[in-house]
Design a protein around this ligand. Sequence first.
Ligand code: ZN
Length: 80
Amino acid sequence: MKTARARLGIEVLVDCPNCDYLINLLDEKDTNGVNVNEDGLVMKQACPNGNWFELHEKFKVKNVTCSRCKKQLDVKGIDW
Ligand SMILES: [Zn+2]
């Protein structure tokens, strides 16, 4: 029997409140060329050590710029 390696795909998605563009916070193409996951900021909050239900309420990424409309938004809270 053959074996294969699994591949984990991660997206952290936000609907832009200004233009409804679907922003993947882990894709610089969606965040106006800025790496908002610098130092693992997004991933540490998305996959925290501890109780995800409590910690996900504190999820926060500030000053994200939407690639489509160029407006800024703050992201607060994360659902999964
Ligand atoms: Zn937008």
